[in-house]
Write a protein that binds this ligand. Sequence first.
Ligand code: GLV
Ligand code: MN
Ligand code: MN
Ligand code: MN
Length: 400
Amino acid sequence: MSEDLTARFRKLWDEIAPVGRDARSGGYLRYAFTEPELTLRDWFREQAERRGMPVTADGNGNLFARWGDPAAGDAVLTGSHFDSVPHGGAYDGPLGIVSAFLAVDELRAAGAAPVRPLVVAAFAEEEGARFGVPCLGSRLLTGALDPGRAAGLRDADGVSLAKALGDRPAGARPDLIAGWSAFVELHVEQGRALVERAAPVAVASAIWPHGRWRFDFTGEGNHAGTTRMADRRDPMLTYAFTVLAANKEARLRGAHATVGRVAVESNATNAIPARVTGWLDARAAEPETLTGLVEAVRAKAAERARRDGTEVALTEESATPLVAFDGGLADRLAALLAAPVLPTGAGHDAGVLAGHLPTAMLFVRNPTGVSHAPGEAATDADCAAGVAALARVLGDLTRA
Ligand code: GLV
Ligand code: MN
Ligand code: MN
Ligand code: MN
C-alpha cells in the first residue's frame, strides 16, 4: 500500500479519533444523537462540503453526501455508522465512513469521472445502544420498522426517539432507495479469520440470523437478613440459571448466546430483588437453529421459575433474518480484489439494505479479532488497503 494513502488515512482518522473516547476504558461512548455523535455528523457535513458533495437527510436520522449528477443514473451507495456500543471500539462503523470519503479522493485523484453518482451514507443508531433496536435508521428507511412504533422508543433516561430526532421519523423512503443501484459497506472485521488467512481485506457472503430477547424475571423483594431461604421468591436465581442455560444450549448447537446487559430492582446489596431483566443476544448460522435455541432457553427458564416461585416473561425486541448477500456481486468483488469470502455473525445496515438492492460488504483485518470493546484494532496499512479496495470496487460499480 502506498505510504501516501496510509498517511492520508491516519490524518483523516485523527480528526475523529478523540471524539467520544472514554479516558478510563479507552472505548467509545458515541450513542445516536448525543453530543459526540452529533459532532461526528457535523464532521460528516464538513467532509462533504470540502469535497463539494451536497448532503441530504432522510428524516430518519440518516445522512447522505452525493458526488455526481443525480440525473446520470442510479447511484452507488457506500458508508456505515458513527454510533457505538457502550465502550465500543474505534473502528466499528466510522471506518466505513472515513474510508468512503477517502475512496472518493482516490477516484478523483485517478481522474475517474463516474458515470453513476456515488453517495456516502452515515446511518443512525446501527448498534441499538440507545433505543434498543439495532439498525434503526436503515430499518426506518426501508420500511422494516414502523415509524409510529419507533417514535415511541425510549432511551434509558426516558427520552423518546422522536424527541432525539426533533420530529417523528419519516419512515420508508422508497423514493431514495429507487435511486440506488448497489450498496457497499466497508467494516472492520469482528473476528480473526483474516489474520488466519493472512489477507488484509475480505468480501462478506452472509450474516447469521440473530435477535434480541428480553427476559423479565419477577419475584418478591424482601430483606436479605431476615427472609428465610425457604421463603424466598428470588428472581436472581431464575435469571442466573437462565444465563447458564443459554450458554449451554448455544454450545450444544454451535450457536452464539450472550447475556451482556442486566437490570436489577431494587439493586441493593441487602435486599432480595423484586425483578431482574436480562437481555439475550442469540445468533446461529441457520434460522431453525436460532429458533430452537431461543425456545430451549425459554422452556428452561419457565421450568426453573416454577421451582423458584418466580415468573418469567419473554419479549422479542428485534429480529434479523438470515442475510445472503448478492452472490453475483460478492463474486465480482472477490475476483476484482482477489479477496476471500466470509460469513459473519455481526449485524449491519448492509444486512437490512440487502433486501432492497444488491448489497456487499468488505471487511478489513482486525489483528486482535476483538470488537464491541476497546481492544478492537486495525493497522493503518490495512485500513489504507481497505480504502484502496473500496475505491476499486466503487470505481467498477460506478462505471457500469
Ligand atoms: C451490531 O454490531 C451487532 O451485530 O450487534
Ligand atoms: Mn457493532
Ligand atoms: Mn458496525
Ligand atoms: Mn453492527
